[in-house]
Write a protein that binds this ligand. Structure first.
Ligand code: FES
Length: 387
């Protein structure tokens, strides 16, 4: 048996005839090739194209039929379309072996050559799949192209996926798959997520040293304590000072202002301390009184004159050199006994009560006044007679 890869086209066709069981000798094609043109009737233009038996075709007829020449040239395209439709239908019915049943009279040159070289049905199936453009045939031919073992069963999507999932399941499974597994095994399986990958070392923070962390904690605590302590101390000190001030203000409010006036009754010493004609001014500043020892209407007396001008209330001065009281405001003048003699003052100065105290001293009482123009100076309450 010669190598099919090294056979010529004639030898291949002869081998095809021999494989079909016709038992024709190798030299028969040459005889038929000579007789065939004479025996072949010329087809009429109106007659439908005749289908020749490939077993009885000569080499030239077969080549002509294969190349689409001769009287079958017009019908070859339609025949190919019909073949494609039939192959598609047959591929849907039996997708694993559609090309084995192809009519050799309708085979192309490549199909015939492939069949003659004994390359099996895979190329035919591949060619038929290409013509039919069937997805199932493509999927069935894909594992064969990748070098995997060709599945013996139907190559539909469900079977391919089931075959792929026969091994260990990778990753999480769906609820449907879990239910199927649960039903098959009889145990309840809970779908679980894959474990999280471990955190890489460079992403993990290095734990601080024991001594460093303690020092840092102590330092932060001291800073916070000083800050908070000083702030709290300042706040509480301010609050305390404010409370003290408020308390003092409230206490001062509870004690109203009081005018500290000198007492209206006071002692001015013994009578013998005053010389005749003397004006004592030392009580003027504190009590507003002059103590005078002088004569009034021929009687020696000690009396107390009020140091207020009867004009508009100014305080006159005793002028020792002039022996008179002189008002600095408008120039009113008063004698030593208090009678006005110059200036705008309308009346004499006023007197207070003077008497002897229990201890023998002279005592002045300012609660009562005596006016000369009213004749009150004759009252014994406003003078102390002296010898
Ligand atoms: Fe003394 Fe006017 S007040 S003279």
């Amino acid at each position: 048996m010669p190598d099919p890869q090294k056979m010529s086209i004639d030898e291949i066709i002869a081998a095809c005839h021999a494989a079909d069981g016709e038992g024709a000798p190798a030299t028969e094609p040459e005889v038929e090739a000579e007789a065939a043109p004479a025996q072949k009737p010329a087809p009429a233009k109106s007659d439908p194209p005749q289908k020749l038996d490939p077993a009885k075709m000569s080499v030239e007829e077969m080549l002509a039929a294969a190349r689409g020449g001769g009287g079958e040239a017009e019908s070859s395209a339609a025949a190919e379309e019909e073949v494609a439709a039939e192959e598609e239908e047959s591929a849907e019915a039996t997708p694993s072996a559609p090309a084995a049943k192809l009519d050799r009279g309708k085979m192309s040159v490549e199909e015939m050559l492939a069949a003659a070289r004994g390359q099996g049905q895979a190329p035919l199936a591949k060619e038929a799949g290409k013509r039919a453009k069937k997805p199932a045939a493509k999927k069935a031919a894909k594992p064969a192209a990748k070098g995997k073992s060709e599945p013996s069963g139907p190559l539909d999507t469900a079977s391919v996926l089931a075959a792929a999932r026969k091994g260990a399941k990778r990753g999480p499974i769906s609820k449907t798959e879990a239910a199927e597994q649960e039903k098959a095994s009889g145990k309840k399986t809970k779908p679980s997520a894959p474990p999280m990958p471990e955190k890489p070392a460079y992403a993990r923070a290095a734990p601080p040293a024991e001594s460093d962390s303690e020092d840092r904690r102590g330092f932060i605590a001291s800073i916070m304590g000083a800050f908070l302590g000083s702030s709290l101390a300042i706040g509480f000190s301010s609050l305390t000072v404010t409370n003290i001030l408020w308390t003092l203000g409230l206490a001062r409010f509870m004690f109203p202002n009081i005018l500290t006036e000198p007492p209206t009754v006071f002692k001015v010493g013994f009578p013998d301390e005053y010389a005749p004609g003397q004006v004592q001014s030392k009580y003027k500043a504190q009590f507003g009184v002059w103590i005078v020892r002088d004569e009034y209407e021929g009687e020696a007396q000690i009396f107390a004159l009020k140091s207020v001008c009867t004009h508009l209330g100014c305080t006159p001065n005793w002028l020792e050199s002039e022996q008179k009281f002189k008002c600095p405001c408008h120039g009113s003048g008063f004698y030593k006994d208090g009678v006005n003699f110059e200036g705008p003052a309308p009346r004499p100065l006023e007197r207070y009560v003077i008497r002897f105290a229990a201890d023998g001293q002279l005592e002045v009482d300012k609660s009562r006044k005596f006016n000369e123009e009213l004749g009150q100076w004759k009252d014994e309450a406003c003078f102390v007679p002296v010898s």
